[in-house]
Design a protein around this ligand. Structure first.
Ligand code: HEC
Length: 162
């Protein structure tokens, strides 16, 4: 193989690799519909916040319906699975100032961003089990771990909210 051909092949492989990385992150989202992806992810974050607030009320009072809490934890788990699909390239705060708080680091560290989302899914799954166990102490402690899974991702990948 000539040097020129080798360079071309390498470039092609890198392009294909990049294409798949982009596809897997933007799965299901139209490239020309960036604003709606931002709207959808912010709505998803708000939905998770509503579930977390309701669960916090029960944790704080150490009293409430743990079956209902299991359903709420399940919503967070399902949302965590959807989360990485709502960050198509071109939707960072550098691309869309004043429209989003998503740091460009998301697209520089896609693996790490996806792990943070997967970690939330895992912790929320454990929260479902904790709620189903009926043990308020176990539920309260797993709730705290789940909350940290939100905060850790925000520290790395979200700019400060004004
Ligand atoms: C994998 C990373 C990640 C995880 C996990 C995560 N978030 Fe977020 N969150 C973000 C990013 C990035 C933004 C900024 C989105 C934007 O502005 O486009 C955000 C934005 C938000 C916002 C602001 C929404 C708005 O109106 O702009 C809230 C509230 C929020 N998250 C709550 C939560 C809660 C609660 C959890 C846990 C149950 C959570 N997030 C888990 C990355 C994450």
């Amino acid at each position: 193989m000539t040097t020129k051909r080798l360079i071309l092949t390498t470039a092609a492989v890198m392009t294909i690799g990049g294409y798949f990385a982009v596809q897997s992150l933007s799965n299901g989202v139209q490239a020309d519909d960036l604003q709606s992806a931002v709207d959808a992810r912010r709505a998803l974050m708000k939905e998770m916040t509503a579930q977390m607030k309701a669960m916090y009320g029960v944790v704080d009072a150490r009293s409430g319906d743990l079956n209902d809490m299991a359903q709420r934890a399940q919503v967070v788990k399902s949302d965590a699975a959807k989360l990485p699909t709502l960050f198509p390239p071109g939707t960072s705060i550098s691309d869309m100032p004043d429209k989003t708080h998503a740091k460009p680091e998301i697209w520089q560290n896609v693996g790490s961003f996806k792990s943070a989302a997967a970690n939330l899914g895992d912790q929320a799954g454990k929260l479902v089990d904790a709620a189903k166990s009926g043990d308020m102490t176990v539920f309260a402690s797993q709730f705290e771990v789940t909350g940290k899974a939100c905060g850790n991702c925000h520290t790395d990948f979200r700019t400060k909210l004004q």
